[in-house]
Design a protein around this ligand. Sequence first.
Ligand SMILES: [Zn+2]
Length: 63
Amino acid sequence: MIRICRECDEETGEPIAVALEHTASCGGRVIYLCPPCRFVLGVVPLAEHPEGSDGRVRFEACP
Ligand SMILES: [Zn+2]
């Protein structure tokens, strides 16, 4: 699966879903990052969001 990274606009073969983009008319669209960008930004993968998450981008908590 090839997706475009939202951060660097490069194609990645290992896209990580990090958020749902809500639009007024047509539901949510999944936002993907490539692994390096996800790491640099410290974004929590969508799959690791707590239950009840609204799908907005979440950042890893500072230690
Ligand atoms: Zn990227």
